[in-house]
Design a protein around this ligand. Structure first.
Ligand code: 26M
Length: 820
């Protein structure tokens, strides 16, 4: 088939203006005079999408013509944020479009703000997936994302007035100009049913999976543009559609209403994102979501592979599949099923291919976050997969037996089936045995994986474990979020750093330059004003912009220790009321609690109540403000991060796999106050001890401290200020109507404190004081902040993606055209 020639669309202001006007009539169906701001958003989006899809086709043609290895990223989550500005920026037509809109009498900033965030993810893991896709396109890798087109993304958070309440995120309500529905790319996905054995004449046994229920997975494509290149890759999200079978089955019985109801029941598979990020849930619907998108993606990958004329033997040379955590780990069993039951391969060959294709990224050591599925549930929903998992386990344990004869305990620890407390499939074990490479997301995390969670596997296959430290995309987290700092850098060191973040080092000779520092401070101030406006609009609270902005933004979790920051805030409040001269600051929290995570919700409530008391105390005035910004999301992060002075990265050492907010904040010139956890360690190594405030127990000290088993309360002895703080909480000082929650939280700190908030508090307070002292010397602070920026090069997602390409995928970039 010959591809039709494409007539290139204009990329100048005049051409864009014409396209936007045309789109207003042809796609939106409105006279520009009648158009609302949302109509302008849609018309502009259509004008950009036309230009992207053109490049998408050219990119595909080139990949198809050359013998490229394709990388597939399988992730249940993509936390993308708003798409218009990102697409304009990466396509290289942002300035022209801004001007075109101005000439059409429209304000660009107001227009883009109408777009809902695409919040198809919970937090770090989902945002990492979005950064990786952007980098794959920017660097020209043939890399493609697969995921679920949730109709409802991450819930919207409101406070009523202190407690979190969740509202559905109906982000597709007004349609979505960024997606291309592919009605012809529909794959049937089976659930339930049974396995039928077929005995052939040659004595071999074959299996087929029959009956049960089928639903269709339909493709929706989201083009993903690379920055400064013509490459446009694809993110394919699957939506559930009922099959026609549903119609017939009941229409014959005349049960029309039930037929339609069952249809929508089956389409509920892709309805909603599970808003958990630290606890696995054993819900049948979640398992169905996982299998649904995995089965559709593998079907699609194999179809493309054969359509391109490759054989199954070519699979490891043409295809790499990255599993983003264990959520898509059922892919190991599904690919085995396809290779054997559909393509007739023998077990050993199928297994070899599988192992060469898959790699698995682990994102957490937290035991409660590790996915396991009851064997009964899996047998019912995915009977053939359960059978295959048993066989994988059998072959694997036979191998272990040969290497460690008589070591029954080892077999139990390694088994894919956990036999303790009901039988459960350990998805992490399935992912490890089915992959040629397993990676952690920061150096410490990978070491802990090898020494703890996967110690037995590491002993078997040390060569399979590698570290790939996370990174962030400078396109969103610097160029877009912080245009003023981007311009400032451009004036001083040019623009090369946008493609090679290591080049920020060119800033180093000037970090102490007074003129440069003054400019930096002006940029920070402007960013603080932008944030102050957002805070006023969202909370009604007025904050000064001439003080230290102290920021903790991340999901709410005990291990991330928002309570540690809160104790410090209360102590500052007490010191102000005692007449002490405390350096002024604004403390900013942001983050969502999983709806079923009561402790996290209590923490939000208490922070809000403490903040309310402080913010209304005339004795405090504007020396201390505490703000919990509701509904923290990607688009809010792009306003908060550039305004931050202090970045709170204070998890209990050993618990935060990496963190990526730490990188975004440092890149924007915030100094980190942090524990030796996750990527904080590598950030310290990069910026130097003098340019970061490290405090608290190390991972091994945490282990030793836990082993001593002291009561947390003992930490209060000889610490009057901390004791007073805890007492104020438990006695309900900050609440007029909910003593119970405060009393409970106080009790929790005194008697449980599983993440050692009290034990680390003195060191934390001291670290905050070091920060205050440095902030009082602006030259020293600015030198440190600029040094942070200059040394953040390593934390570019482009380096991360190259690490994956070299250590794991064996993939090479295929740039479509030189940088434009
Ligand atoms: C699992 C089962 C059922 C429902 C939800 C889940 C689930 C979803 C997301 C579990 C964990 C999820 O995310 C974990 C996560 O975001 N981990 C973070 O990953 C980042 C990127 O590697 C790291 O920087 C963070 O340290 C790590 O906490």
């Amino acid at each position: 088939t010959t591809a039709p020639p494409l007539s290139p669309l204009p990329h100048d202001t005049e051409g864009l203006k014409q396209s936007i006007r045309d789109a207003m009539v042809r796609f939106v169906g409105k006279d520009p005079k009648q158009a609302t701001q949302r109509d302008w958003l849609d018309a502009t989006s259509f004008a950009v999408r036309e230009r992207m899809i053109e490049r998408r086709l050219l990119t595909r043609r080139q990949f198809d013509a050359e013998d490229v290895k394709r990388v597939y990223y399988l992730s249940m989550e993509y936390l993308i944020g708003r798409m218009l500005e990102a697409n304009l920026r990466n396509t290289g037509i942002l300035d022209e479009t801004r001007e075109a809109l101005a000439q059409l009498g429209q304000d660009y900033d107001e227009i883009v703000a109408w777009e809902d965030d695409a919040a198809l993810g919970n937090g770090g893991l989902g945002r990492l997936a979005a950064c990786i896709l952007e980098s794959l396109a920017t660097q020209g890798y043939p890399g493609f994302g697969y995921g679920i087109r949730y109709e409802y993304g991450m819930f919207r958070q409101q406070f009523e007035p202190y407690r979190q309440v969740e509202h559905p995120d109906n982000w597709l309500r007004y349609g979505n100009p960024w997606e291309f529905p592919r009605a012809e790319r529909k794959y049937p996905i089976r659930f339930y049913g049974e396995v039928v054995e077929h005995h052939r004449n040659d004595g071999s046994v074959h299996y087929s999976w029959e009956d049960g229920e089928q639903i269709l997975a339909m493709a929706y494509d989201y083009p993903t543009a690379g920055y400064g290149r013509r490459n446009v890759n694809n993110l394919r999200l699957w939506g559930a559609k009922a099959t026609r079978d549903f119609d017939l089955r009941y229409f014959n019985e005349g049960d029309y209403i039930r037929a339609v109801a069952d249809k929508s029941q089956s389409e509920s598979i892709s309805m909603v994102l599970y808003p958990n990020d630290a606890t696995a849930i054993g819900k049948e619907l979640r398992l169905k979501q996982e299998y649904f998108f995995v089965a559709a993606s593998l079907h699609d990958i194999l179809d493309r592979h054969t359509e391109l004329g490759y054989t199954l033997d070519d699979l490891p040379h043409q295809v790499a599949i990255q599993l983003n955590d264990t959520h898509p780990a059922i892919a190991v069993a599904e690919l085995m099923r396809l290779l054997m039951d559909r393509h007739g391969l023998h077990w050993a060959r199928a297994w070899e291919l599988c192992r060469q294709v898959f790699a698995y990224t682990n994102h957490t050591l937290m035991p409660e976050a590790l996915e396991t599925w009851p064997v009964d549930l899996m047998t019912r929903v995915l009977p053939r997969h359960m059978q295959i998992i048993y066989r994988i386990n059998h072959e694997f344990l036979e191998m272990v037996r040969r290497r460690f004869p008589g070591d029954e305990e080892r077999l139990k620890r390694l088994s894919l089936i956990d036999e303790e407390g009901g039988r459960n499939v350990r998805m992490a074990h399935l992912a490890v045995v089915g992959s040629h490479q397993i990676n952690g997301v920061a150096a410490l995390h990978t070491e802990l994986l090898k020494q703890t969670l996967f110690a037995d596997f590491y002993q078997l296959w040390p060569e399979r474990f590698v570290n790939v430290t996370n990174g962030v995309t400078p396109r969103l987290w610097m160029i877009q979020a912080n245009p003023e700092l981007t311009e400032f850098l451009g004036e001083k060191i040019g623009h090369d750093w946008q493609y090679d973040l290591e080049r920020l080092r060119a800033l180093e000779p000037w970090v102490a330059d007074p003129e440069l520092q003054q400019k930096f401070q002006q940029v920070k101030r402007k960013n603080k004003e932008r944030l102050a406006t957002l805070v006023r609009e969202r909370t009604g609270i007025r904050i000064r912009t001439d003080v230290l902005f102290d920021v903790q933004i991340k999901r709410i979790h005990e291990y991330k220790r928002q309570l540690l920051k809160l104790l410090h805030v209360i102590e500052l409040y007490n010191r102000i009321r005692d007449g002490e001269n405390v350096p002024p600051r604004v403390v900013i929290f942001g983050g969502k609690a999983a709806p079923g995570y009561q402790r996290a919700k209590d923490i939000i409530q208490v922070i809000n109540e403490v903040a309310d008391v402080i913010n209304h105390d005339p004795q405090v005035g504007d020396r201390l403000k505490c703000v919990f910004i509701p509904n923290y999301e990607v688009s809010a992060a792009t306003v908060i991060i550039p305004a931050a002075d202090l970045s709170e990265q204070i998890s209990t050492a050993g618990f935060e796999a990496s963190g990526t907010g730490n990188m975004k904040l440092a890149l924007n010139g915030a100094l980190t106050v942090g524990t030796l956890d996750g990527a904080n360690i590598e950030i310290r190594d990069a910026v130097g001890e003098d340019n970061i405030f490290i405090f608290g127990m190390t991972e091994s000290e945490v282990v030793a401290h836990r082993a001593r088993g002291e009561v947390p309360e003992a930490m209060l002895a000889g610490r009057p200020a901390l004791s007073r703080t805890v007492e104020m909480i438990e006695q309900g000082y900050f609440t007029c109507d909910d003593n119970a929650t405060h009393a409970e939280l106080g009790h929790y700190l005194r008697h449980q404190d599983p993440f050692f908030v009290l034990a680390d508090y003195p060191a934390y307070r001291e670290a905050c004081e070091r920060a205050d002292a440095l902030y009082a010397q602006p030259e020293c602070w600015n030198t440190a902040a600029l040094t942070n920026i200059a040394r953040m090069g390593y934390f570019s997602i482009d380096r991360t993606v190259r690490d994956y390409a070299e250590k794991i995928w064996d993939a090479t970039p295929e740039p479509v055209a030189p940088k434009r």
